[in-house]
Design a binder for this molecule. Structure first.
Ligand SMILES: Cc1cc2nc3c(=O)[nH]c(=O)nc-3n(C[C@H](O)[C@H](O)[C@H](O)COP(=O)(O)OP(=O)(O)OC[C@H]3O[C@@H](n4cnc5c(N)ncnc54)[C@H](O)[C@@H]3O)c2cc1C
Length: 412
């Protein structure tokens, strides 16, 4: 069976890995000249297997006036026509019942992903700066602490290795927090969460697949159209010619809707821009990864560098605010953790990427209403974390193999 995978981000390349493992011949096509050119390039680097909380929650509604007024430093919104239908669906997910269901659904997939990542690392040994260092989420108020207690209890019931620690315990786990200009009341700690570089992973897996499996990469070629015949997938049209195949899997991140809309398939994916900067580690760089809920930024250690990432901007596919947003991110991180990174380093790697967000925060994985056409997309804030589970699941769906894992599959 010949399968075309559209998109060579972490999701597309991981999908190719599992398809090849099931005996498929795979062609991965991407318009960029290298793999991981989209959201997978310099994300927060966190394998957040236990921090799966939905963005759509009841307390989000209270943030909306500040968001629209431009007073929320972590989020910028530009009201535009495409945002409205997505926003209404998102608001529909902001009930306590739906938030809990969405959080648990993603948690199940994430825990499955953690197991698959362990197997993949054994089967395909290459270095992508993977470290199981644990993760601390700093809580700054009694309200945050109470909400965290409820969330932790629920996740523990469903198998998550997560607990609340006092401020002193958090400092014992990560002494570099002593140098933070923030005094948390407590923290949520997960010892099993990991940090790893998704670009190194995607590139290393590409190299391995090219050498060891029946996988071809067609880079620098844009997919223009997915052609069908009698409601069955037929051919992928690229700017360099046609690629016929038995099946296609759309893994094109925030851009997935563009290829599917002409076929009458609406995935309701909205681009949510976030930013990162990668700097040399400072004198008191953290080892454990840490999230500041107050500032909505994360710190991850990747070898001798520190990646600081965050923010959630809804401005369509615009990138004109990048420089300003990255400056705000760096200034905030410098005030919060002045010794965590070398903020004056000559070599800094600023970056912005579009997270492919669904209204409920759950990925869309499985077959569509067009025979032979599949999707694996919409992973939002957690695509790196969920890549193994959703790649595994969509591959089983394409190859018609039995699969009892918990990822949501949709008939679209
Ligand atoms: C600031 C930031 C921090 C993040 N931090 C984390 C984190 O710590 N942990 C985590 O789990 N996740 C994190 N994420 C989310 C994660 O990065 C994404 O969910 C994930 O990278 C999505 O992967 P993808 O392969 O679906 O999309 P992408 O990596 O965007 O790949 C899509 C690919 O499709 C290609 N493409 C699109 N259209 C076409 C076409 N027509 N023809 C050919 N090619 C096409 C693009 O060129 C691109 O290469 C973060 C994201 C951001 C922005």
């Amino acid at each position: 069976m010949h399968v075309v995978v559209v998109g060579a981000g972490v999701i597309g390349v991981t999908t190719a890995y599992y398809l090849a493992g099931l005996g498929c011949k795979v062609t991965v096509i991407d318009r960029d000249n290298d793999v991981a050119g989209g959201a997978s390039l310099a994300n927060g680097a966190q394998l957040s297997y236990t921090f799966t909380d939905a963005l759509a929650r009841p307390d989000f509604i209270a943030r909306i006036p500040a968001l629209i007024a431009g007073c929320d430093a972590a989020s910028r919104v530009r009201l535009h026509a495409a945002l409205l239908p997505w926003g209404l669906r998102f608001l529909g997910e902001c009930t306590a019942r739906k938030a809990e269901a969405n959080t648990l659904a993603v948690l199940k997939t994430a825990l499955h992903s953690a197991e698959l990542m362990d197997s993949l690392r054994e089967a395909v040994p290459f270095d992508f700066a993977h470290r199981t260092v644990g993760k601390l989420v700093l809580l700054n108020s009694i309200d945050q602490l109470e909400a965290a207690k409820a969330s932790v209890a629920l996740k523990r019931e469903h198998g998550a290795d997560i607990n609340i620690v006092s401020a002193d315990e958090a400092i014992a786990i990560e002494p570099a927090l002593l140098e933070f200009d923030e005094s948390p009341v407590a923290a949520v700690y997960s010892r099993s969460d990991a940090v790893a570089d998704s670009r190194l992973f995607t590139a290393g897996l590409r190299d391995w697949l090219q050498d060891r499996a029946d996988v071809t990469f067609m880079l620098g070629q844009e997919v223009k159209r997915l052609r069908t015949s009698k409601r069955r997938f037929d051919v992928v049209e690229t700017d360099d010619g046609d690629v016929p195949a038995d099946a296609a899997v759309v893994c094109s991140g925030a851009w997935s809707g563009r290829l599917l809309q002409p076929l009458g398939i609406n995935l309701h994916i909205c681009p949510m821009r976030g930013y990162s900067v990668t700097l040399p580690a400072g004198a008191h760089a953290l080892t454990v990864s840490a999230t500041s809920l107050r500032h909505r930024i994360v710190f991850s250690r990747i070898n001798d560098q520190v990646r600081i990432a965050g923010y959630a901007d809804f401005r369509g596919f615009r990138t004109d605010a990048d420089e300003r947003r990255i400056r705000t991110l760096v200034d905030t991180a410098r005030r919060l953790a002045p010794l965590a990174a070398n903020y004056s380093a000559e070599h800094q790697e600023p970056w912005g990427g579009f997270r492919p967000m669904t209204p409920d925060g759950r990925a869309i994985v499985g077959k569509t209403g067009v025979e032979g056409l599949y999707v694996n997309t919409g992973h939002g804030m957690l695509g790196w974390t969920l890549a193994c589970a959703s790649g595994h699941d969509v591959a089983h769906c394409v190859a018609g193999k039995q699969n009892n894992s918990p990822t949501r599959t949709l008939d679209i």
